[in-house]
Design a protein around this ligand. Structure first.
Ligand SMILES: *Cc1c(COP(=O)(O)O)cnc(C)c1O
Length: 371
């Protein structure tokens, strides 16, 4: 039984998740939304987000590594699960037994895995990865693709060819030449195949939103959009009906007045200029806040107040305009009645992207599901 005594928390909104899933479906026409919950659901908390996403309308879940897929199964999640990254072929039967769709990057992988797969057990659901220019994993040539498909067909006792995918490196930037080149390579590899598997999936958030009519979108694999983040950071378009699902809150735990000329926190990086009201917030880099956030203004109630002095492991200080009651809500990410701090504002302040920033939030911060 977990107890939460400290006020610091990351709230996950069910309604926002549902709204984003509905928006993804509307904008892309996707029949199958695979929501990327890799890396602890982009930092939001896998155990809370994964079941909530399935309830909110996700048709499947995508993870990066086999451990994440098996963890989802251990939570009792029955939805289709796709591993996006590389899996050691020696663990192929483990993925097969858990009915996890496994990304296969080469013919050699298929050949290596065969002795580890057991005839008569569940077959491995294979999604072949084509490398069209991400240059991370995948098959690059037509000859290898043809050989891999043949190999799948001659080893039907252990393999089931389920999917075919590629991944775009630049689907979320306004310069589209590289994207178009990748798309051409995809067509060159795929268009004249005699048969295709049921799950053709190429669209990440950028392709789903900005290249909707150019790519297959029956299946989409989206992370950012589901979390309510426009992948270009609103550089390309604006006004999308996306709702951030994560709100990061704490509250003032201690408030006092400090005379002029005193140093605040370790090393005295900040010196009071006058008599100043200083508030303490029970949150620090041990919760994942980057120390570069010093100077950033958080919302104390409705007031923007700068973080002063070095952020410690567990606590940080803010300068208040006047005395403010202990227990006043502090917003790091989220909306108040009159103001809001969005993920871009706080992430860009420390030169990070939303997905980098959220990923830093450690397990010490409890995740709570709200409406
Ligand atoms: C992480 C990942 C995604 C999701 O990316 P978003 O840009 O967050 O939508 C899709 N496909 C692959 C292969 C990935 O690794």
């Amino acid at each position: 039984m977990e107890i939460n005594i400290r006020a610091t928390r990351l709230e996950i909104s069910k309604n926002a998740l549902a709204q984003n899933m509905a928006y993804i479906r509307k904008v892309s026409g996707a029949q199958h939304i695979f929501f990327a919950v890799k890396s602890n659901a982009y930092g939001h908390g896998l155990d809370i987000v994964a079941p909530a996403a399935v309830n909110a309308g996700a048709d499947g879940l995508a993870v990066a590594i086999a451990e994440e897929a098996l963890h989802l199964r251990s939570l009792g999640i029955l939805a289709p699960i796709l591993i996006l990254g590389h899996t050691d072929p020696r663990y192929a039967q483990l993925c097969a037994d858990a009915s996890v769709i496994t990304t296969v990057p080469s013919l050699a992988w298929l050949q290596t895995a065969v002795p580890y797969l057991r005839h008569g057990r569940k077959k491995l659901l294979v999604s072949l990865a084509l490398d069209t220019g991400m240059n991370r994993i995948g098959i690059r040539t037509k000859s290898e693709l043809t050989a891999a498909i043949e190999f799948l067909q001659t080893n039907r006792d252990v393999y089931q060819w389920h999917g075919l995918m590629t991944h775009f490196a630049t689907a979320d930037v306004s310069e589209t030449a590289y994207f178009q080149m990748q798309l051409q390579r995809w067509h060159a590899l795929v268009d004249d195949l005699a048969q295709l598997p049921p799950m053709i999936h190429v669209a990440n958030s950028g392709a789903t939103l900005y290249h909707t009519n150019e790519v297959p979108t029956d299946y989409v694999r989206v992370g950012s959009l589901g979390y309510g983040w426009e992948p270009s950071g609103k550089l390309i378009t604006d006004g999308h009906d996306l709702q951030p699902i994560g709100q990061l809150y704490s509250e003032l735990s201690f408030v006092k007045q400090i005379p002029a000329g005193e140093g605040i926190s370790y090393g005295h990086a900040y010196i009071t200029q006058a008599d100043e009201w200083i508030g303490t917030i029970p949150m620090g880099y041990g919760d994942g806040l980057p120390i570069q956030l010093q100077g950033f203004e958080v919302l104390v109630g409705e007031m923007r107040c700068p973080i002063v002095g070095e952020i410690a492991m567990d606590q940080l200080m803010v300068r208040l305009p006047h005395e403010v009651p202990v227990g006043t809500k502090v917003t790091f990410i989220g909306a108040t009645n009159n103001d809001q701090i969005d993920i871009w504002e706080i992430a860009h302040y420390c030169h990070l992207e939303p997905w980098n920033f959220m990923n830093l939030i450690t397990s010490r911060v409890p995740r709570m599901l709200v409406n």
